[in-house]
Design a protein around this ligand. Structure first.
Ligand SMILES: Cc1ncc(COP(=O)(O)O)c(C=O)c1O
Length: 372
């Protein structure tokens, strides 16, 4: 039998809307840079992807080293996990659903609400997974630009709502700008009755949450993650807080074993070591403030205030991509952007004090080569 693939090309068989889909640009794993940078892989300073520089709680490593039940599937109903998260958030377990990273829940929520042609309001520039996964659902993106300081334009969001609007996506603090959306703005948008997803991936660094409001509203959903504050990005643990009916639907449509057993152990041990982890969060917040000040001293950069664990800065003089590449050569990874709403800009994660020192030294050297 001849295969369709060889005679027609695989594009004839896969979904035509996915052939042209723009993918998501993920951060580089340090090991892929071996030989391309001037330092050994272990010496790479990773400030491009929100990595917690202190790692996870040592209790997680200890517990995983002796965990005996890797041969058994996790509980599809996530009972232990949801109870642990109930204790942590103060919201009862019926509101909670966990996932392999909060990006998995973004995907699941969009699949729950959005079908072909349904509208999704997205306050750009923002986390690109929102665009990516909406397009995977064949949803129609209704993009509402933020203002010049990256605040959400509440009136424009309300004006963009139509009968076809299925969900409004709001990241606070926003990635990549670090901007907070105040609770009063969120509530004003929620008054429309349209489901609102408030993505609080960086909430532990901002201290501002609307979690407690979920129990009062039928249209509010809040997303959180263990990736950033708990140093567990590699373990992939996110969760959301939902009205119970939405939680039930998400539990119904998710893949059964979407959070692995090691992740459950990691959550348990992290929550047993909250004092340690929160002291690290405070250190990162202090370093974010110092990073902001240090970047502000460089004439070719304009950092924006941030409530997350990273700083967004415009490059006023010079080229963001070239700066990013020069830093990469020196073994310091940062993220650059050059798209219409994020023109010639860098996003730099707050690391340890020595990371800030190495970065600012390298930036000063690069700055000497920028004329003007
Ligand atoms: C706003 C926002 N939401 C969600 C995520 C996803 O985090 P994770 O899937 O690691 O939980 C990120 C990570 O970059 C983010 O910036």
């Amino acid at each position: 039998m001849t295969s369709n693939y060889s005679s027609t090309g695989i594009e004839r068989l896969i979904r035509s809307d996915l052939v042209s889909l723009g993918g998501y640009v993920a951060s580089k794993a340090p090991e892929t840079l071996e030989g391309e940078v001037e330092v050994p892989v272990e010496g790479i300073i990773k400030l491009d992807a929100f990595v917690n520089p202190y790692g996870c709680s040592p209790r997680v490593n200890q517990a995983l080293a002796t965990y005996p039940y890797l041969n058994i599937y996790p509980d599809a109903g996530q009972m232990e996990l949801r109870k642990l998260l109930q204790g942590f958030t103060g919201v009862s377990a019926e509101h909670i659903v966990a996932s392999g990273g909060s990006d998995q829940l973004i995907d699941l929520i969009l699949h729950l609400f959005v079908g072909p042609g349904d509208e999704v309001i997205n306050c750009i520039p923002t986390f690109d997974i929102f665009r990516f996964r909406t397009q995977m659902c064949n949803g129609k993106l209704v993009e509402v630009p933020r203002d010049k300081d990256f605040a959400v334009n509440v009136d424009a969001v309300k004006a963009a709502i139509t009968k076809k609007t299925k969900i409004i996506l709001l990241a606070t603090p926003n990635n990549p700008t670090g901007t907070i959306t105040p609770q009063k703005d969120i509530l004003e948008i929620m008054d429309s009755g349209v489901p609102v997803l408030v993505d609080e991936a960086y909430v532990e660094f901002s201290g501002e949450t609307v979690t407690q409001l979920v129990t009062q509203y039928k249209n509010m959903m809040v997303l959180r993650t263990f990736s950033k504050w708990a140093g567990l990005a590699g373990m992939r643990i996110g969760y959301g807080i939902f009205p119970p009916k939405i939680a039930d639907y998400l539990l119904k449509i998710k893949l059964p074993y979407n959070v692995n057993v090691a992740a459950v152990v990691a959550v348990r041990e992290s929550l047993n070591d909250l004092d340690y982890l929160m002291s690290r969060v405070r250190a990162i917040v202090a370093e974010r403030e110092r990073l902001f000040e240090e970047l502000g001293k460089l004439k070719f950069l304009k950092p924006f205030p941030s409530k997350a664990n990273f700083i967004y800065c415009s490059v006023l003089n010079g080229n963001a991509r070239e700066i990013q590449q020069k830093l990469e050569k020196k073994g310091i990874l940062v993220r650059y952007f050059d798209i219409p709403l994020l023109k010639n800009a860098l996003r730099i994660t707050a690391g340890k004090p020595e990371h800030t020192d190495a970065l600012t030294k390298a930036l000063r050297e690069i700055g000497e080569g920028i004329s003007g």
